[in-house]
Structure formats: structure tokens, C-alpha cells
Design a protein around this ligand. Structure first.
Ligand code: HEC
Length: 111
């Protein structure tokens, strides 16, 4: 499924945020596949899905930690451009939390 008119994302989304038009950008800008959607799912379901290589793009735990703590596409959430609220904290702090969670066994909430 694509945007209206079948235009590729990068027709409008470029290498970087374009603040005058509020268009977010990144060199890798793309939509996550449908199986990665979080909408309507509980914390426990999102957690299980994040850890499942069949639904997380084939990542094991070290790859997952690297993705969350270093991938600049994930990092976009902390510099989303004009008119958007950045994710709380920093990607570095988030990475440290994810590393600690993984090292402690990466438990998921029950629901
Ligand atoms: C015809 C131009 C155009 C195309 C093609 C397009 N977008 Fe956008 N997109 C925009 C504009 C303009 C905005 C900013 C809207 C705003 O917040 O005012 C935007 C915003 C977004 C946002 C941020 C939404 C938010 O809540 O802040 C996401 C995510 C996004 N686009 C993803 C995509 C993806 C993925 C594709 C390709 C599948 C795509 N867009 C294709 C023009 C486009």
C-alpha cells in the first residue's frame, strides 16, 4: 500500500526534514511493514512482536539493541522537525535502557 496516486515516499520526503512545509525527511524514509504495526496492541503484545525475528525484520537481540540505540532512522524520533514533539530523552539514553533491558533477559509485560 502506498500514498495516494502511487507516488514514492521520496517524491516528497527528502534527505532531511523540510521545516517550511513540515515535511519530515531522512535518507531511509519509508513505512514500516504492516506486521510491525503497534496500533491497538497491548504493551505485552508490542514487546513480544519487537523480539520476534519473524516480525522485526530478522533481528536477534544484539541487532535489535543496535537498531534502537544507533539507527539514525530510529533517531529521527528525537529530531522530528518543526511542529512535532520529539521523543522524550535522547537516543543515547534510550539505547542505554534497551541495553540494560536486554542484559536483564528482555522480559515482557504479561499484558
Ligand atoms: C505527495 C507528497 C507525499 C508523499 C508521496 C508522501 N508523503 Fe508523507 N508527508 C507529506 C507531507 C506534506 C507531510 C507533512 C504533513 C504535516 O504534518 O503537515 C508528510 C508527513 C508524513 C509523516 C509524519 C506524520 C506525522 O504524524 O507527523 C509520515 C510518517 C509520512 N509522511 C510517511 C510517508 C511515507 C512512509 C510515504 C511513502 C509510503 C509518504 N509519507 C509519502 C507528503 C508526502
Amino acid at each position: 500500500m502506498g500514498p495516494p496516486g502511487g507516488l514514492a515516499c521520496d517524491s516528497c520526503h527528502h534527505e532531511a526534514n523540510f521545516d517550511p512545509a513540515r515535511v519530515p525527511g531522512h535518507p531511509q524514509w519509508r513505512l514500516a511493514p504492516a506486521e510491525m504495526a503497534w496500533q491497538g496492541r497491548t504493551l505485552g503484545q508490542v514487546c513480544a512482536q519487537i523480539k520476534d525475528p519473524f516480525r522485526n525484520g530478522g533481528k536477534d537481540m544484539p541487532a535489535l539493541v543496535k537498531h534502537m540505540s544507533e539507527d539514525s532512522l530510529v533517531g529521527w524520533a528525537w529530531s522530528p522537525g518543526a511542529g512535532r514533539t520529539p521523543a522524550p530523552g535522547t537516543q543515547k539514553a534510550f539505547g542505554a535502557l534497551v541495553k540494560a533491558w536486554a542484559a536483564a533477559g528482555a522480559a515482557c509485560p504479561k499484558s
